[in-house]
Design a protein around this ligand. Structure first.
Ligand SMILES: [Zn+2]
Ligand SMILES: [Zn+2]
Length: 113
């Protein structure tokens, strides 16, 4: 049930190249800090599949971590190859969209985060 809302129109670095920007089909733009994305990796090595608990210790993630490559996974997700060697995380577009931390998204999500 992938709606237009969660399809990226354009994916690339921000102008200062410090963050990843996704422009969505509905015109919305999300900006993600690379370290933030790395910490939120949804793979089985970072999150306990049964409990949903995050196993990854954020304090062990280098401040300068960044994606070396970003690949599309089918039509529904992105896979990042991180500079720390981690590359098993698959980030579905709807997950990325939910991670959007802009003011607009935070207020429409009900602020129950
Ligand atoms: Zn992971
Ligand atoms: Zn947003």
């Amino acid at each position: 049930m992938t709606s237009q809302r969660v399809l990226p129109e354009e994916i690339g670095p921000t102008e200062d190249a410090t963050a990843l920007r996704i422009r969505w089909r509905d015109g919305h733009t999300s900006v993600y800090g690379p370290r933030q994305l790395r910490i939120l990796c949804p793979c089985a090595g970072c999150v306990d599949e049964l409990t949903g608990e995050r196993i990854l210790d954020a304090s062990q993630i280098d401040a300068g971590v960044h994606p070396l490559a970003i690949e599309y996974v089918g039509r529904y997700a992105l896979q990042f190859q991180w500079s720390d060697g981690h590359r098993t995380g698959i980030y579905p577009f709807d997950y990325l969209r939910r991670l959007c931390d802009c003011e607009e998204c935070r207020s429409t999500s009900g602020g129950d985060v």
